[in-house]
Design a protein around this ligand. Structure first.
Ligand SMILES: Cc1cc2nc3c(=O)[nH]c(=O)nc-3n(C[C@H](O)[C@H](O)[C@H](O)COP(=O)(O)OP(=O)(O)OC[C@H]3O[C@@H](n4cnc5c(N)ncnc54)[C@H](O)[C@@H]3O)c2cc1C
Ligand SMILES: NC(=O)c1ccc[n+]([C@@H]2O[C@H](COP(=O)([O-])OP(=O)(O)OC[C@H]3O[C@@H](n4cnc5c(N)ncnc54)[C@H](O)[C@@H]3O)[C@@H](O)[C@H]2O)c1
Length: 480
């Protein structure tokens, strides 16, 4: 058994753990970064990057098939599933290699491979081979797929994000469970690549969209492409030879049993904090086994232990994992001088088509902040100029503001270029801009952002700050 004594030990060399390591290393050389799995991060290996690569292939197929709306006729579009997945893996491996190379620059005496578990508040056991004594500890162990018991009978026909991208060939059919970010991104991508897809959700949720109007619209538009039941009644999942049978109530055909090649579990993720013997850390845990932590310091209570990334179960997104890792690393490095660090304006993007963006305060938070009511402005992209030009005139943007202060609070969007519009609006939230101030900003013509202006003008009027939009803004240009 080897023994190490370090100032800071970090559990997990994912995005949060690497960020924590780099920040803590500015204060001390006495560090140990412990990783139980392969280097490369969830994002690059099995998350953001391979999923976006699959979506890019799917969108290419979709664009080619739909070019005829412009009078452009591509010959029969065929999808070679092997080539698609080969490119996904090739490009994915390139991204992973960048991370792995950066890890190689970390000195050998600051890295350890193996599963870390708490032995006590300041000591960790790593597999059967090492004990690490640490003055401060950062838990950055990420998350893993949650698989409901009902899906377990699918056995070897059950896919998760770790296994989907390893398939040699695209399947013929997939039943996707979960209409969250993963289920909708991957479900739509597979569908556009020619796979027969059905998405079964729960409780009416669609990619976490809080605004009823946008959620209903998203559900309708997705259903134009593939079967999506956000509140599915599934009674059985049974392994059947080289496939799996799902018994469910079809929205129009009643109960039926349908065979699929695979099931994809996209039913949420759970933080990896239940297998590190956290109860030996001395931290007080809630009934989910989570320690209390401060989201501006990432400190657990007043302790020497910090939590970052998906392990914190706070906001399971890449840029948040990175920020949390930085904050935890800075504070673990300078402990006991723990300081709050600023968090950014909330921004989440789902890379479906149309894309989904959620910006600023969520509707629940807005309702709590504005008990007397809040202002809403909206725009439909159906007749929006640039969106129509591009043939991407589907979706809606809803923006929210505060009465009295005219403060822009947030937005939800299901529509074209939401990844870019989302950033614009998040920057406005973080800059604490008023709606009036946002409307003073330049808007080019013809661009999708003119739709944002229409929604803001509508909001401005509803906040009693501006005139009603009686007609589309003719001096702004056609279709603005
Ligand atoms: C399919 C998919 C698509 C996604 N797409 C996006 C996207 O487009 N945009 C976005 O912002 N986010 C996306 N995400 C979310 C994003 O990938 C995560 O939020 C982010 O990767 C979390 O980083 P992390 O450092 O917390 O965890 P990880 O990168 O998972 O790192 C945790 C590390 O800890 C290790 N570990 C676990 N337990 C131990 C232990 N006991 N001892 C030592 N090591 C341990 C693990 O092996 C792992 O390497 C996606 C996620 C998935 C699954
Ligand atoms: N573009 C992005 O930023 C992106 C993409 C993918 C994943 N992610 C991150 O990864 C996290 C995990 O993604 P996810 O989609 O797995 O989780 P999620 O929590 O977003 O969605 C899971 C969905 O599955 C549903 N569900 C749970 N049990 C079910 C069951 N038995 N049958 C049917 N539906 C069921 C839930 O109600 C929920 O709507 C997300 O929270 C997100 O932060 C982000």
């Amino acid at each position: 058994m080897q023994e190490f004594n370090v100032d800071v030990a970090i559990l997990g060399a994912g995005t949060a753990g690497l960020g924590a390591y780099h920040q803590a290393s500015k204060t001390t050389d006495s560090l140990m970064l412990i990783e139980s799995g392969p280097y490369g991060t969830t994002c690059a290996r099995v998350g953001c990057m391979p999923s976006k690569l699959l979506i890019a292939a799917a969108d290419a197929a979709h664009e080619a098939r739909h070019a005829k709306m412009f009078g452009v006729h591509a010959a029969d579009v065929t999808v070679d599933g092997r080539e698609v997945l080969d490119r996904v893996r090739r490009e994915r491996d390139r991204f992973v290699s960048f991370v792995v190379n950066s890890v190689k620059h970390i000195p050998d005496n600051q890295r350890l491979k193996g599963q870390a578990r708490f032995l006590g508040p300041n000591s960790l056991r790593v597999d059967g081979h090492s004990v690490v004594h640490a003055q401060r500890i950062v838990i950055a162990t990420g998350s893993r797929s949650y698989i409901p018991e009902m899906l377990l009978p699918a056995a070897d026909r059950l896919l998760v994000n770790e296994t989907l991208f390893e398939l040699p060939q695209l399947p013929r059919s997939v039943a996707v469970f979960g209409a969250g970010a993963i289920g909708l991104e991957l479900g739509q991508a597979l569908s556009r690549l020619g796979v027969d897809v059905k998405v079964f959700g729960r409780s009416g949720a669609v990619a976490g969209i809080a605004d009823d109007e946008i959620r209903v619209l998203a559900g309708q538009l997705f259903n134009e492409e593939f079967y999506l039941d956000p509140d599915a009644a599934v009674s059985a999942v049974v392994h059947a030879g080289t496939g799996v049978e799902v018994t469910y109530v079809h929205r129009s055909r009643g109960e039926l049993t349908e065979r699929f090649d695979y099931i994809l579990a996209a039913t949420g993720r759970r933080p990896n904090i239940d297998d590190i013997d956290l109860e030996k850390s001395g931290l007080t845990l809630d009934k989910r086994g989570m320690p209390d932590h401060d989201s501006q310091t990432m400190q657990c209570g007043n302790s020497h232990i910090f939590l970052a990334g998906d392990a914190s179960a706070e906001i399971p997104l890449l840029h948040e994992a990175s920020d949390e890792g930085h904050i935890a690393g800075i504070n673990a490095g300078r402990y006991p001088d723990v300081q709050p660090e600023r968090r950014r304006a909330p921004l989440a993007i789902v890379f479906t088509s149309p894309q989904i963006a959620t910006v600023g305060l969520g509707l629940d938070q807005i309702k709590a902040r504005c008990p007397q009511g809040y202002g809403v402005g909206s725009v439909s992209f159906e007749n929006q100029g640039r969106s129509r030009v591009l043939g991407k005139n589907k979706g809606e943007l809803r923006v929210y503001g505060e009465y009295g202060t005219d403060l822009f609070l947030g937005a939800e969007m299901f529509g074209p270029a939401a990844e870019h519009v989302g950033h614009l609006l998040a920057w406005a939230v973080q800059s604490r801009m008023t709606v009036t101030r946002m409307l003073e900003m330049p808007f080019y013509h013809p661009v999708i952002e003119e739709g944002v202006r229409t929604a803001l003008r509508d909001l401005n009027h509803n906040l009693d700050e501006g005139p009603e939009i009686t007609d589309s803004c003719m001096e702004c240009g056609p279709g603005a």
